[in-house]
Ligand binder design. Structure first.
Ligand code: NAD
Length: 260
């Protein structure tokens, strides 16, 4: 991997702690030679993110609560005072009120639905709009998604609907930006133990079921998801856009699992 991202500058959104998928991708991107900048959701997370960014040789950290109008644009404004170009963006953030991540999807309220769609789906389009002027030499955008966008998984509910919108956004953005050499892809990770992952009701059952029935017999680890992220933001995937790439041990291919 060494040198694959040498000379590339990337924005990482969604680090909460060292178990965050965003951090796994950041670490792999750093090892591949990228220069990185980070956003954090709020001041409480900021301290941790500043330290983690420092561990990866980055001193560019910016607050960005994507629920706030204009936050994505203000991040890019700040970033453009540090860098004259941006090669890639990793969007690894999502949110839905915990009350909707258990029980039936159809009980979701209007407010919870809108908040989930805004933070988990629209924010990717918003950062694409903002980042475009800094990516005039081409670039890559990646967002994190999950199988619950395509198929029903227990308690994923409004997050599954939001991820479906996010995956559709990947395809539309790929067309809108393709002519400018900007590629847009989704990375669909199998279950990883993170704060967001633990917020889904019955997360342990999904984690165990997936590792038991995945063709590889396990869920992906953070480094594997990180390297898949590097693939999607690097020239290794220069011919790939509008794609949902799975890093899930092959689980999404299984219809009826083997009788173990
Ligand atoms: P995580 O809790 O470490 O990261 C989630 C991030 O979302 C946090 O950094 C949080 O600050 C950020 N966030 C939430 N609301 C925000 C807002 N309003 N503004 C800015 N940031 C906000 O969990 P994670 O599992 O690393 O999640 C990263 C992404 O990966 C999410 O999109 C998640 O849906 C996706 N994903 C996770 C798994 C899994 O099993 N953990 C599997 C597939 C996809």
């Amino acid at each position: 991997m060494s040198g694959i991202l040498a000379g590339k500058k990337g924005l990482i959104m969604g680090v909460a702690n060292n178990r965050s998928i965003a951090f796994g991708i950041a670490r792999a991107a750093h090892e591949a030679g990228a220069e990185l900048a980070f956003t954090y959701q709020n001041e409480m997370m900021g301290k941790r993110v500043i330290t983690l960014a420092g561990d990866l040789g980055s001193s560019i950290t910016m607050p960005c609560d994507v629920a706030e109008e204009g936050a994505a644009r203000s991040v890019i404004d700040t970033l453009s005072s540090h860098w004259d170009k941006l090669d890639f963006v990793v969007h690894a953030l999502a949110f839905a009120d915990k009350s909707a991540l258990v029980g039936d999807y159809m009980d979701v309220s209007r407010d919870v639905f809108l908040e989930s769609m805004l933070i988990s789906a629209f924010s990717f389009t918003e950062i694409a709009q903002a980042a475009r002027p800094m990516m005039q030499g081409g670039g890559a955008m990646v967002t994190l998604t999950y199988l619950g966008a395509q198929r029903i998984t227990p308690n994923y509910n409004v997050m599954g609907v939001s991820k479906a919108a996010l995956e559709a956004s990947v395809r539309y953005l790929a067309v809108d930006l393709g002519g400018e050499g900007i590629r847009v892809n989704g990375l669909s990770a199998g279950p990883v133990k993170t704060l967001a992952g633990a917020a889904i009701g019955g997360a342990r059952h999904v984690f165990r079921h997936s590792e038991t029935h995945a063709p590889l017999g396990r869920n992906p680890d953070m480094d594997e998801v990180g390297r898949a992220g590097v693939y999607l933001v690097s020239d290794l995937s220069s011919g790939v856009t509008g794609e949902i790439h799975y890093s899930d041990g092959g689980y999404h291919h299984v219809g009826v699992p083997k009788d173990l």
